[in-house]
Write a protein that binds this ligand. Sequence first.
Ligand SMILES: *[C@@H]1O[C@H](CO)[C@@H](O)[C@H](O)[C@H]1NC(C)=O
Ligand SMILES: *[C@@H]1O[C@H](CO)[C@@H](O)[C@H](O)[C@H]1NC(C)=O
Ligand SMILES: *[C@@H]1O[C@H](CO)[C@@H](O)[C@H](O)[C@H]1NC(C)=O
Ligand SMILES: *[C@@H]1O[C@H](CO)[C@@H](O)[C@H](O)[C@H]1NC(C)=O
Length: 569
Amino acid sequence: MLRSSGVLTLAHACGLLQGVALAAVECTGTFKSISASEYVAAINPGWNIGNTLDATPNEGSWNNPPAKAGTFKDIKAAGFKSVRIPVTYADHFSGPAPGWEIDAGWLQRVSDVVDMALDAGLYVLTNVHHDSWKWADVSASGANLTEIEERMYRTWLQIGEKLGCKSSSVAFEPINEPPVETQEQAAELNKLNGIFLAALKDSGGFNTQRVVTLVGPSMDSIKTSKWFEAPTGYDNPWALQYHYYSPYDFIFSAWGKTTLSDADIAAVESDLEHIRANFTDVPLVLGEFDASPLNTEPAARRKYMDVVVRKAKELDTAVIVWDNGLDHFDRDTKKWKDPQSLEILLNAAAGVSNSLSDYTTDASATEQSSSAYVFHKVGDDVTDQKISISLNGNTLKSIATDEGAELDASTDYAASGGDIIFKSSFLSTYLSSEVPGSKVNLTLTFSAGATAAVNVVQWDLPKLRSTSSKAVAGAALRVPVTWAGIHQPAAVKMLRNDGVFLFDDWTRYLGPLQAAYGTFSGQWNWDGGDIILTQMTVDAVIAAGVATTFTFDFFPRVPGNSLNYTLTV
Ligand SMILES: *[C@@H]1O[C@H](CO)[C@@H](O)[C@H](O)[C@H]1NC(C)=O
Ligand SMILES: *[C@@H]1O[C@H](CO)[C@@H](O)[C@H](O)[C@H]1NC(C)=O
Ligand SMILES: *[C@@H]1O[C@H](CO)[C@@H](O)[C@H](O)[C@H]1NC(C)=O
Ligand SMILES: *[C@@H]1O[C@H](CO)[C@@H](O)[C@H](O)[C@H]1NC(C)=O
């Protein structure tokens, strides 16, 4: 019912469709053959140009302008070896079934952007992206599988024809994160991998020699281990691609989670080990993963970056970091949002040890510390402050301010192994006023690996313009805030005044910094001067019919650094 025999039948069927001619491209020049394992070794690490050609309906429709050649040069200069270019075709079909003609201008644009990346000296992996839920969702109820198969074939036939003469630095991926819930749907996806290869074969060019990264169910490591079966009867060198956004609650700031426990770290390592153990002789690509500086705590984020990239490297798995344009690289200012995350990624991918800032890993803690910061509360005496670094075999070489002034290792701080005590005399020079905010960023340089950053922040309790209002249905609520320290909330607790959790009663089994807490983006958010309770949250209060207290926690997550806001009904 699945795999190659079905594929051949389909290819024949497509060839017989009226008005649909099979055209095979012929290329001049030669193709430098590369095996899938050589390819995977060469692309590590890579960067995703996310929310760009994959945006719908058009490139430029989301938060990024169209791709520019300069961005690929910047990415290459930063140290990346490859770029994944996700492309959504769904809104660029100019013809109906059964031909599914793709707009020639769009195919040309894809080809041009691929060339920009190649010209910058990068390997390129390109795909068919949000089509996975727009028309290729085999898990949708009533999905017409025949139509999905035909359209997949026609889509890849045309991409194959257009890009068929590109060099062996270009690899293809059939479809991004195809939704799959059942074994039957997984069998259909296995079939689609074969249809993709059949289309490439029929499209000519160098496409049967080209590396492809096949995809398993949802590109989830567990479902892939369970249900992926490679199509047979094709010559392409192939790798297997999966994506990894786990632990979900840390990556997406769900349920108040702002830290990573030792168990979380162990789970990340074992997830990566498990998929490797299931595919011992298959080159693996971790084509998307991310811990965004937008919403994750810096010390935990940097630890995560190190663990994923280092473990992947150990398991011969190439990594391609996701960047939606807001996450990591500012394509206009050419600045990295978290330069340490970048350094950690590059060093871990090269197998070099990184020294990492410690942070509270105890999930049941009532407060959290982070050695990515020295926090000082407005009005408190300035005292010596200690941070801890896990040196991981390195030694501390120097500490400098962002102006490049080097600190004195006897008068400004004292270091013993990874414990560094900043002297009150040194800190006082930055903490003399009562003005809250970030005062200085210190850069710690080690004998090898990434630098560590310590942000010296003076904090005070932020101020809310008002502390309660009556819930108004159908819209998000903006609560104006005057920040005082770090300009973002850490987490938001959502407790009805009758003691019931507004959402997710099961979070009562989590620690005190998570029980009754909501989820970033879906339930709360923030921007310049507002904390935002989303429409979903406001409507939940109205549906409950009970006044609800929202506790906004700020960084540092310590007693006394929270404010309450009550929504009445
Ligand atoms: C499914 O798609 C095929 C191919 O486009 C078409 O011939 C068939 O009528 C469709 N079936 C249904 C139930 O719509
Ligand atoms: C294959 O992956 C599954 C799911 O992650 C895991 O339970 C299993 O232990 C893995 N197999 C091996 C041999 O590690
Ligand atoms: C320190 O770095 C943080 C994060 O990049 C930044 O927001 C802050 O403004 C910096 N502080 C200073 C004093 O430049
Ligand atoms: C904030 O609200 C919580 C209940 O959600 C309550 O326990 C706490 O005492 C309140 N804090 C202040 C400062 O009112």
